[in-house]
Design a protein. Structure first.
Length: 144
């Protein structure tokens, strides 16, 4: 199973996600870190990602050409200018169009508020995502 984690800046959230995925699912998954900059990509590699892709052009090409089972990232990955301007229209458009499950973490930044998420902590959101991925892994293995 190919899981993409995308983040920018220092990838604090991306690192947390990668570490938790690796702890819960071990080597049964392949984690690709998409970093909008080299620091973000390197930090996700240190956290346990198998591979990293850096920058708009390479991220766009990777998403268009590779088989991806799911993408995990903050809500800013769906917004042109998201993650403090590090997400371009090309990247967010490609993420939106790709045919896979997208796990979007609803950070309450930039005036974006998603009702129903106010009582959830990031840790709880990540645990819910991993629980769903575990269910999907079983389905992927049954189809193989």
């Amino acid at each position: 199973m190919n899981i993409v984690v995308i983040d920018g800046q220092g990838a604090g959230l991306g690192q947390t996600i990668v570490k938790k995925l690796r702890k819960e699912l071990g080597k049964s998954i392949f984690i690709i870190a998409l970093g909008t900059n080299i620091a973000a990509a390197n930090n996700m590699i240190k956290a346990g990602a198998n591979k990293s892709i850096i920058g708009e052009k390479d991220i766009h090409s990777f998403l268009k050409e590779e088989e991806i089972n799911c993408i995990i990232g903050p809500i800013g990955i769906l917004c042109n200018g998201g993650i403090n301007g590090e997400i371009t229209s090309k990247v967010c458009g490609t993420i939106f169009e790709i045919n896979c499950t997208k796990y979007i973490i609803p950070l309450q930044k930039h005036g974006i508020y998603i009702p129903g998420t106010r009582d959830l902590q990031i840790k709880e959101i990540i645990e819910e995502i991993i629980s769903d991925i575990k269910k999907n892994i079983k389905n992927v293995r049954l189809d193989a």
